[in-house]
Design a protein around this ligand. Structure first.
Ligand code: FDP
Length: 357
């Protein structure tokens, strides 16, 4: 059964109310509102596209990890889990207890899924070898992104991208560009929201219900009406950006509202709903040159490519500091950094012209 040639048994068609992601209603009034669950949504998706069940097992592992992280985060202030762990990571940053907890949980579930060849995590310098023999997927993840929010229990993200092994011929384990991901998603913790993009099948948002199921698939399409659009960037850093980026901000800032949470998943969540653009440009004009980050701050494989993939499936776009589409950037190393401009296509196209000019 490992080759993926699994044939789904014949099943009745999806009820039309569920198929539209709408509420299920029998004849007459219903006493309670019942929603389509994430697993039901995904089962039908895999069945419709004649796909294997392996991806379901992987997604089940990621959902289990997210629920556990959510639990530890929600109770973190009381249990003393929102502070520092007391050690420093390879990037020279203080490690938070929650970073370690989230990492342990995620690696546990990825291992027990049996479906992962190797994983790349923000929390581990080395590639995490899991199941080279029988694994099927590569998973790139950041189990707790947005660390400045952690001590306050405010929103953070669990971001992940998934690529599949080469099913024809030998697998070389090469680092994949975002355009080769088959799925990418983010849990915004502890808000109980989950957004998943499936290759060529859209970006979908789910909400956690009273039984801890993610439910009510809602297709996300970036709104075309620019009246709602938002700009999101660290305003305190704007004078450290390239002059042409500063000039672009100057020309455009009056047109849109400005929002910044300091957590990529939370900020991008808003952009997906309202439209506009999130940006984390290269830092090239810092008064202290040692603090410049010409290559950008965000990680390509488990931050920038993840949100860019979700954005593309929702009708948007994303580019780096040279105006190159993020999804085309071939990573040279697992923890590669990049600048990021992601959001509504007209805005991203506009800044891309400036960046590449
Ligand atoms: P953080 O450093 O707090 O973990 O990827 C890291 C990230 O957060 C993103 O989630 C966030 O968008 C950005 O960095 C915030 O950086 P600034 O504090 O420089 O604004």
């Amino acid at each position: 059964m490992g080759s993926g040639m699994f044939i789904w048994p014949k099943r009745p068609p999806l009820p039309s109310s569920f198929a539209q992601g709408a509420r299920h209603r029998d004849e007459g009034e219903t006493m309670i509102r019942l929603e389509q669950t994430f697993m039901n949504f995904l089962l039908y998706h895999q069945e419709r596209h004649n796909r294997s069940y392996h991806f379901l097992i992987l997604m089940d592992a990621l959902i289990s990890a997210a629920k556990h992280i959510e639990h530890y985060y929600l109770t973190g202030a009381l249990k003393g889990n929102l502070g520092l762990a007391g050690n420093v990571n390879v990037q020279g940053e203080d490690v938070l207890r929650m970073d370690q907890i989230a990492q342990e949980i995620t690696v546990h579930y990825l291992r027990t899924s049996g479906r992962v060849i190797h994983a790349i995590s923000e929390e581990s310098e080395k590639i995490i070898q899991i199941n080279a023999e029988n694994g099927r997927y590569f998973v790139y993840f950041d189990p707790l992104d947005g660390s400045s929010n952690v001590p306050h229990g405010l929103p953070v993200g669990f971001l992940f991208g998934v690529a599949k092994r080469s099913l024809e011929g030998p697998e070389d384990g090469h680092l994949r560009a975002g355009k080769d991901y088959i799925a990418a998603g983010m849990f915004v913790i502890p808000t109980g929201t989950f957004t998943l993009a499936l290759k060529d099948a859209g970006t979908w948002r789910f909400h956690i219900d009273e039984t801890m199921d993610f439910v009510r698939p809602t297709r996300m399409i970036l709104p075309e009406d620019a009246k709602e659009w938002e700009l999101s960037f660290n305003a305190a850093s704007r004078y450290t950006y390239a002059q042409k980026v500063q000039d672009w901000i100057e020309r455009n800032q009056q047109k849109y509202v400005f929002r910044y949470l300091g957590s990529l998943a939370g900020d991008f969540h808003r952009i997906l709903s309202n439209g506009g653009m999130f940006m984390y440009p290269a830092i090239v004009n810092h008064p202290n040159p040692k603090k410049n980050r010409p290559q950008g701050k965000l990680r390509l494989m488990y931050e920038a490519a993840v949100v860019s993939f979700m954005c593309r499936e929702a009708g948007g776009a994303a580019v780096d500091e040279t105006g190159t589409p993020i999804l085309d950037v071939q990573p040279k190393e697992p923890h590669q950094r990049t600048a990021l401009y992601v959001g509504s296509k007209p805005l991203v196209d506009d800044i891309a012209r400036v960046l590449s000019g």
